[in-house]
Design a protein around this ligand. Sequence first.
Ligand SMILES: Nc1ncnc2c1ncn2[C@@H]1O[C@H](COP(=O)(O)OP(=O)(O)OP(=O)(O)O)[C@@H](O)[C@H]1O
Length: 225
Amino acid sequence: MTLLTVEDVSKTFTMHLHGGSRLPVLRGLSLSVAPGECVVLGGPSGVGKSSILKMIYGNYLTDAGRISVGGLDIATASPREVLAARRGTVGYVSQFLRCVPRVGALPVVAEPLIERGTDRGDAEERAAALLRRLDIPERLWALPPATFSGGEQQRVNIARGLIAGLPLLLLDEPTASLDVANRAIVVGLLREQLAAGVGMLAIFHDPEVREALADRVVDVSGFAP
Ligand SMILES: Nc1ncnc2c1ncn2[C@@H]1O[C@H](COP(=O)(O)OP(=O)(O)OP(=O)(O)O)[C@@H](O)[C@H]1O
């Protein structure tokens, strides 16, 4: 069984503010991710790695092809179906944390669980356990993450991405701002998720993180137009 199947996907950006000029980025992209598998997207800067994650998460449209996430074709799904896939199947840890201003780190991390119907007390307990595991000092938990250091924000973002226990995770450089100790914590956490059957499609520039987690690397330059 595959969790994620990308078949023959193409993407061209059209710059409406620049006379409609067109920037072809990907052609004929195909890949798949099975449960418990970590597939890493490789290739030089600008080749389209982040754009692939954004298409799978439904943030960017695709021009052609199919993207099956747990059986749903994201490329043709309605916005409502995309939101349902995000609630039940696919999580996304972007490079930078974007969240509601003035909400503390603990409720920010607990929110995805509360949205899925978990009661606030239980959700905040799970959030606390994750924040502790990720070494975010307890004195920060009530504070909004906007003022946190880059590495602290990144760990809050990871906690928020992992808390719901979704079967498929899209990871865009989740360890880029972390020191060695925190990187090791995150790698340990992701390994546990893989062992529990979570599938991952990831961008890891750090060769040690790749070595520790990747089952396969897909070179995206093979799909340049
Ligand atoms: N929303 C957008 N509008 C226009 N062009 C875009 C958009 N998003 C990405 N691009 C362009 O698509 C190309 C691929 O970008 P993308 O961020 O996917 O590359 P990447 O492989 O992830 O790069 P990096 O490793 O530097 O993060 C780039 O040339 C970028 O300028």
